[in-house]
Ligand binder design. Sequence first.
Ligand SMILES: Cc1cc2nc3c(=O)[nH]c(=O)nc-3n(C[C@H](O)[C@H](O)[C@H](O)COP(=O)(O)O)c2cc1C
Length: 191
Amino acid sequence: MLQDLVRKNRSCRRFFQDAHIDVETLRQLVDLGRLSASGRNRQPLKYILSNEAPRNELIFPHLGWAAELPDWNGPEEGERPSAYVVILGDREIHPSSGCDECIAAQSILLGATERGWAGCMIRSIARNDLRSALGIPERYDIRLVLALGKPKESVVIDPLGSDGDTRYWRDENDVHHVPKRSLNEVILEQW
Ligand SMILES: Cc1cc2nc3c(=O)[nH]c(=O)nc-3n(C[C@H](O)[C@H](O)[C@H](O)COP(=O)(O)O)c2cc1C
């Protein structure tokens, strides 16, 4: 059920780093992005796939993790993603990719979740450094990085507390909590 899949598809930031995702799986996931909606159907997105340690190590240092957990510096060695999909916007197709990358990213993450993997959209990127590390030509705008792997953390959805605090947090058992607004709060009008 899509309802279950969307609920299960939580941002995950700690992984079993040794769990290898093969390139065919990554290609199948990117195919879900390829088939997703695109403003005026221009399809400016291009993708770089990475699933081997040496290349993954070129990507990891340039990503920002969990801004709401300031005491945590991101996943430690052994808990890092085993694969990445770098989503690029091809400026020769269109100067801006609008919100295409987020739609494609969600499709890819849903597909990953369905297959038992997990991931996280990362927009906090040291773009110039990542561009240099991977040798990405200026023609391509770095839009988003998807970190993927076998999930090592438990994530639960909580109702938003009465204080309205939307910050995610981790409890004493290292369970990651994500407060979500209620359906009644987000529906402003219904006829
Ligand atoms: C466009 C976008 C950019 C994001 N960028 C980052 C990021 O740079 N680093 C990070 O750790 N999480 C990032 N996230 C993940 C959000 O923090 C996450 O979606 C939020 O905490 C809610 O958790 P959930 O995805 O499990 O619902 C991003 C999410 C979106 C939609």
